[in-house]
Each structure stands twice: as structure tokens, then as C-alpha cells.
Design a protein around this ligand. Sequence first.
Ligand code: DAT
Ligand code: MG
Length: 139
Amino acid sequence: MSGNRTFTMIKPDAVKAGHIGAILSKINEAGFRIVAMKYYKLSREMAQKFYEIHKERPFYGELCDFMSSGPIVAAILEKENAVAEFRKLIGSTNPAEAAPGTIRALYATSLGENAIHGADSDENALIEGSFHFAGTEMY
Ligand code: DAT
Ligand code: MG
């Protein structure tokens, strides 16, 4: 059975462009409840750790530079079938291929700087949420 929580980050490009409010509105309108939320900047080391799964990919260095280039909004979200529903809301990794109305279609500028992250499985949602919110009391 699929779980009811996912993990997201509004990435530095969307924060810099002033899209936090608009993106949170889309998330609210789509019926997600915010369980935990945090605005802060990742160190390069934290970005490397978060994206460790991609460390052999040619874009890894660029990705870690970008993700530690400015503040992000990290959040744990709740909705039935959260991981799949949220991936639908954000759209394809490449904004050029993202369905109209999705967050990436609206706010992402390139494949590398694509406005928002969404966990890709229940297992990763839990790992990624713990990475950012270890020790945080949630309800
Ligand atoms: P997603 O964020 O949709 O889960 P992913 O896990 O495959 O996509 O990749 C993580 C991030 O890395 C992605 O959001 C943007 C960046 N990225 C992926 N493929 C890339 C590529 N070919 N060139 C540059 N950046 C890329
Ligand atoms: Mg991914």
C-alpha cells in the first residue's frame, strides 16, 4: 500500500525568482497538508549527501553547486498516495516535457534548475524527510 507522506524542496532558482508563495498555493490547492517546513541554505556537503544517489552522473557537481547556491524551502507533505500525487503535481524533470499547469511547467527554467524536488518513493520520502527534519517534532 502506498503511504501518505512525501518530501519536497522548493529549489534555489524558484526561491530567488520569488515563487515560494505561488508554489505553496499550488501545493495547498492540490490538497496537501504541510507536516513540517523549513527555509534554509544547504551547505555544499549537505547537497552532496542529499544527491549521493546521482554521484556518478555527469551533472552531479553542477547539481550540488546549484542546490547549495541559495536558500531552499524543505517540507514534508501529507495526502493520500502522496508520492505519486505530488510527482504528478510537479511534472516531468525536464520542464520542456512537463504537462501544462504543473509546477515545473510554470516555474522551472531548465532541466538542471527545475524549481522543485519531489521524492520518488515512500522509502526515499522517509529518508529525505529525516535528512532535513531529524529531531523535529511532527504531527
Ligand atoms: P527528479 O528531480 O525529477 O526526481 P532526477 O532524480 O532524475 O529527477 O534528477 C535529480 C535532479 O538532477 C533533477 O531534478 C535535475 C538534475 N538533473 C537530472 N538530469 C539532469 C541532466 N541530464 N542534466 C542536468 N541536470 C539534471
Ligand atoms: Mg529524483
